[in-house]
Design a protein around this ligand. Structure first.
Ligand code: BG6
Length: 312
């Protein structure tokens, strides 16, 4: 990774302070539990973002006939609880914390409130939303380093996301991260994933046994693999919804592929009780295991992804 100079970050503002009047494409809403959301409908797509966790819950370009992101109908929308589905942000570690197992899986970003820095229309008609993670007591307890975490989302016919971490401490900072994206698919047994052929992976279901991927990935049981040292684009080929989803990435050297299958899905409180776990596959743009990122003081690292849907 080549560090870039620190980003100049505008002062965060609250959702209420954004001039929503001038943004026909954008609505700010609050639910009964007091959680805030941004709903977007522009010429190209619809989308919904929860401010807790900077969590993109929904995105559907108008040219395709089903949402691109899968969202569990058993998801709970509560303070401090991560949403099951959409795009949870794993940060500043991926999986279990390396040294303290009492800390939550996949880091605290996904349950931390973000504030709105800016929302606006781009010259191409896409909507850009910039969010910044707040410094809560819970976050401070788990990471006392000074840092800034800024999430930039560009919503249109494609979805682009950038997660910028700036090290504001005087010593280097090590971290793991992921866009833990749940894709909506026709049937997990009828999709294949290309782009990871010949790539080394650690199989979490076999105590991190290392092997090399042979051919495209297909599924007939639980699957949980961390593909390391790869920056290759990956494509999900969905023969049921008749579309391909291509994942282009930058600043990421790990790709995680996960599906729980029936037994595990039914053990998870916030997964559906029916067979709709078959309609999701997680393909995660990450930095994990030997691909952890080191950021020098004053520098910014950017994890970036772009999702492109092509009907076939
Ligand atoms: C994946 C992991 O990234 O996330 C799996 O590889 C894990 O091992 C899954 O089960 C879901 O994690 P969580 O914390 O959201 O239940």
């Amino acid at each position: 990774m080549t560090p870039t100079n620190a980003l100049k970050i505008p002062k965060p503002v609250n959702a209420e302070q954004v001039d929503a009047e001038s943004l026909d494409d954008v609505r700010f809403i609050k639910d009964a539990n007091g959680l805030d959301y941004i709903e977007i409908e522009n010429r190209y797509a619809t989308a919904k973002i929860a401010l807790q966790g900077g969590h993109i819950m929904h995105w559907q370009p108008k040219h395709t006939n089903a949402p691109v992101l899968w969202l569990s109908d058993q998801s709970r929308y509560e303070t401090g609880r991560s949403i099951r589905g959409g795009i949870p942000l794993c940060w500043p570690w991926f999986g279990a914390h390396p040294t303290d197992s009492s800390l939550c899986m996949h880091g605290f970003a996904r349950v931390t409130p973000f504030t709105v820095v800016d929302v606006g229309q781009m010259p191409n008609g896409y909507t850009r939303v910039i969010l910044q993670m707040g410094h809560t007591e819970n976050a401070q307890r788990q990471l006392s380093y000074p840092y800034t975490l800024v999430l930039t989302i560009e919503i249109g016919a494609t979805l682009s996301i950038k997660l910028a971490t700036t090290n504001r401490a005087s010593q280097p900072f090590f971290m793991g991260e992921a866009f833990h994206t749940y894709f909506n698919i026709g049937d997990v047994e009828k999709v294949s994933i290309s782009g990871l052929e010949d790539t080394e992976y650690a199989d979490k279901l076999l105590e991190y046994w290392r092997d090399k991927q042979e051919g495209a990935i297909q599924f007939n049981q639980e699957f949980d693999r961390v593909y390391v040292s790869t920056n290759a684009p990956v494509t999900i080929h969905d023969t049921v919804l008749r579309r391909n989803i291509t994942i282009n990435k930058k600043g990421s050297n790990t790709t995680v592929v996960w599906t729980p299958w029936q037994k595990k899905a039914h053990q998870m409180a916030d997964m559906p009780r029916d067979e709709s776990w078959r309609n999701m596959i997680c393909v995660e743009t990450a930095n994990a295991m030997e691909n952890l990122v080191m950021i020098n003081p004053g520098y910014t690292h950017v994890l970036a992804v772009e999702y492109v849907v092509t009907d076939v």
